[in-house]
Design a protein around this ligand. Structure first.
Ligand SMILES: NC(=O)c1ccc[n+]([C@@H]2O[C@H](COP(=O)([O-])OP(=O)(O)OC[C@H]3O[C@@H](n4cnc5c(N)ncnc54)[C@H](O)[C@@H]3O)[C@@H](O)[C@H]2O)c1
Length: 337
């Protein structure tokens, strides 16, 4: 029997964002959460909630769902969804995630950034743990068939000993780069130990949101991550004998290694997935498997919290004149936004 799926927040990423993506084929349809649930195996879209009447009317028109609610608690009580996508703005995220877990939802797929403060992140993780709710953060690139192929190639030794990752992205460190940091954590396979950062200006460092700058993350197993505001989402995964690059907002993947005899760099075929799915669909199907098999999602709440912790740590490093900042941070009231 299929799980019951629902949406809280019928705005862009919840419902309408695919209207905007006609010329970016690497954002495979479906990107919005509602059609991703419809497309995914093992789950059906049964209900949705939004505070705005016009969003609910639009949702009904697009997706044919008639169980529509302005109060998400009432929706959970009446419709008993197993999987809930939470696609409200960051300001509401902690309250809604905690409310859904307390109402008995089995799995939550909450969009990024996870929340504003470390205290909120702690409370979200703790409440979900207490109620046995799977908490996944919708940094959906972690489920992308291309990034999964990249991870597999690295694990199979295609670029030699994996040492570091570098990402340029023209977005701020806390929001857009939350995708990068979730990927970094997945590829590093270890928690972040310390960071240091340099913001674009003292004025940028003084702000509590929209951080732009550069940072280094050192993971517990010695893997390093380098983060930079600028460019258009290029990520290099670097090994001692080669590298894999995800270029142009992951439209193209390129893999280089060394010739076994000459040791010269040679371009190799990146193992593109043969039957690719959208990363958002793959994530929802991943949650179905997590529920069936009692396993962890590819981007659990802990990864979302670490992304926030790193962004805050980079800012604090700048504020303290480039000091190395050990994680986790002691002051849980620190926040972004
Ligand atoms: N992963 C991605 O690729 C991606 C892309 C775009 C946006 N986002 C993230 O998604 C979040 C939402 O962004 P958006 O552009 O979709 O915003 P949006 O304003 O278009 O949609 C949010 C919706 O949530 C509704 N809402 C707020 N509180 C609610 C509540 N208590 N119950 C029910 N509905 C409620 C609002 O009425 C609104 O319709 C942001 O945090 C953004 O960073 C992620």
């Amino acid at each position: 029997m299929a799980y019951r799926g629902s949406i809280i927040g019928c705005g862009r990423i919840g419902s309408t964002i695919d209207d905007e993506q006609v010329d970016r084929p690497q954002f495979r349809y479906p990107w919005a959460h509602a059609p991703a649930i419809i497309e995914a195996k093992g789950v059906e879209l049964v209900a949705a909630s939004d505070l705005r009447e016009e969003q609910l009317a639009d949702f009904k028109h697009r997706w044919g769902v008639t169980a529509l609610y302005s109060d998400y608690r009432e929706m959970i009580k009446k419709e008993k969804p197993d999987i809930v996508c939470i696609t409200t703005k960051v300001e509401e995220r902690a309250e809604v995630v905690i409310g859904a877990a307390e109402a008995g939802v089995k799995a939550i797929y909450a969009t990024k950034p996870m929340c504003r403060s470390l205290a909120e992140a702690d409370a979200m993780i703790e409440t979900c743990r207490k109620h046995g709710t799977i908490l996944a953060i919708a940094c959906h690139k972690n489920w992308s068939p291309w990034f999964q192929a990249c991870l597999k190639a690295i694990k199979e030794g295609e670029i030699g000993t994996f040492s570091s990752m570098a990402c340029n992205y023209g977005w701020n460190l806390s929001n857009g780069h939350s995708h990068t940091l979730a990927l970094f954590r997945l590829f590093a396979e270890a928690p972040a130990k310390w960071v240091f950062g340099h913001m674009d200006s003292d004025e940028a460092a003084a702000r509590n949101s929209d951080l732009s700058g550069t940072g280094m993350i050192y993971y517990e197993n010695g893997i390093r991550g380098f983060l930079n505001t600028g460019g258009w989402l290029n990520i290099d995964f670097i090994g001692l004998d080669g590298w894999i690059s995800a270029r142009n907002e992951h439209a193209d993947f390129e893999m280089w290694g060394r010739h076994p005899r000459t040791r010269e760099p040679i371009r190799r075929q990146f193992p593109n997935p043969k039957r690719p799915r959208s990363s958002q669909q793959a994530a929802i199907e991943g949650l179905v498997n997590n529920l069936d098999e009692d396993t962890e999602p590819l981007c659990p709440g802990e990864y979302g919290r670490e992304a926030l912790e790193i962004a805050i740590g980079l800012r604090e490093s700048h504020r303290q004149e480039g000091k190395k900042i050990e994680l986790p941070l002691a002051d849980r009231n620190l926040r972004i936004g």
